[in-house]
Design a binder for this molecule. Structure first.
Ligand SMILES: [Zn+2]
Length: 89
């Protein structure tokens, strides 16, 4: 059964190659495009130094980035209303 294992080996080699390829593609997509901006590209808000250090090539302030990521903002309002009710009692 020598043919059996060599075929398996070829298959897993192929899988590993495609994983490495995929990782490269992901890295390229995440790679910073140019230098970090000191001010947000959308609202001109100053981007904190810490954020620029943490995310090389950052273009947006936290607010604009979260908006772009589509983070739900309504949940905070829901929580606030809940704690207000408990304070009144
Ligand atoms: Zn902004």
């Amino acid at each position: 059964m020598a043919g059996g294992w060599s075929r398996d080996g070829a298959v897993s080699e192929q899988i590993e190659a495609s994983i490495a390829e995929e990782l490269e593609r992901m890295k390229a997509r995440r790679a910073p495009m140019g230098e970090s901006r000191t001010h947000c590209a959308e609202c001109e808000e100053e981007i904190p130094e810490a954020r620029r250090t943490a995310i090389p090539g950052v273009k947006l302030c936290i607010d604009c980035q979260q908006e772009r990521d589509g983070r739900p903002v309504s949940r905070a309002g829901f929580n606030r209303r809940g704690s207000k009710d408990s304070q009144l009692k």
